[in-house]
Design a protein around this ligand. Structure first.
Ligand code: ATP
Ligand SMILES: O=c1ccn([C@@H]2O[C@H](COP(=O)(O)O)[C@@H](O)[C@H]2O)c(=O)[nH]1
Length: 247
């Protein structure tokens, strides 16, 4: 792992953590060991002055599309998915606060008494400036979206320098690497290539949003210890999606 005394490449980040990867060694739900490891790495970033906004997926608990395939109403399923992101956010706040990292959970759905605040952009920026981690829970608050879109939206709103998508693959490939073992990894690719080739690592609504606002996105593997710190202060990790053509 690189020295965390090094200078960070970014001042403010929006980190999207995969819900699915929170299961760790468990068959479903949340593995506290994954939360503790992420809390440690986020703490190292806070220690070098990086401002951290977080969005956590809900794929370890519920996804609206899967619930709808099983017969549930889609909007109800999406509401359940958004509530799943709130549960993951509360668990992450707990892990961060056990590591003495001040954390605020802001929800897109009002939930007084459970979260700290209803989402408010100016308040979020004030918290970030005072060094608190801000977890943006409940996605965008609307059905038919994903937490990738929520992460890109909040990243743009808070003027983050980059959106970091921490997931269970180590970058963007020319085909789904879990289905196609010979898929080739990009070290970088453009938004338009991701859209044209319909690369499934991130939903296309989210890619359109970052393209329209020129927000760079780095996709990397959150199961690799030290990868997050590496993205900010060390070697190149994963794939960068930006305006530049692919290599
Ligand atoms: N071209 C591709 N390159 C890389 N991964 C891909 C590609 N196409 C599909 N995938 C799949 O995308 C998945 C990661 O995206 P997904 O949005 O499902 O995960 P997530 O954001 O980590 O999930 P969650 O909903 O749990 O937060 C990987 O598991 C991988 O199998
Ligand atoms: O803005 C949003 C964000 C999410 N949802 C629902 O939640 C689940 C879980 O999020 P993932 O991004 O899949 O981890 C998602 O499948 C949607 O059902 C939403 O409706 N709106």
């Amino acid at each position: 792992m690189p020295s965390v005394k090094s200078q960070s490449k970014y001042k403010r980040i929006l980190l999207k953590l995969s819900g699915e990867a929170l299961t760790g060694e468990h068959p479903f739900g949340i593995d506290p060991k994954v939360l503790d490891r992420m809390a440690l790495e986020i703490g190292q970033l806070i220690g070098i002055g990086v401002q951290v906004g977080l969005v956590i997926g809900g794929g370890n608990l519920f996804r609206g599309a899967a619930l709808s395939e099983a017969g549930l109403d889609r909007v109800t399923g999406d509401h359940m998915g958004m509530l799943a992101t709130v549960m993951n956010s509360l668990a992450m706040r707990d892990a961060l606060e056990r590591s003495s990292i001040r954390t605020r959970v802001m929800s897109s759905i009002p939930m007084s008494g459970i979260v700290d605040d209803h989402y408010d952009r100016r308040k979020a920026i004030r918290y970030l400036e005072q060094g608190d981690v801000v977890i943006f829970a409940a996605g965008t608050g609307n059905p038919f979206f994903t937490t990738d879109s929520a992460a890109c939206l909040r990243g743009i709103e808070i003027n983050a320098d980059v959106v970091l998508k921490a997931t269970n693959v180590d970058g963007v490939y020319d085909a789904d690497p879990r289905k196609e073992p010979n898929a080739k990894k990009y070290s970088r690719l453009s938004y338009d290539e991701a859209l044209e080739k319909q690369l499934g690592v991130m939903d296309l609504t989210a890619v359109c949003l970052v393209r329209d606002h020129g927000m760079p996105v780095r996709v990397f593997n959150m199961n690799k210890p030290g990868a997050l710190v590496n993205v900010l202060v060390g070697d190149v990790e994963g794939t960068l999606m930006s305006e530049e053509p692919s290599i």
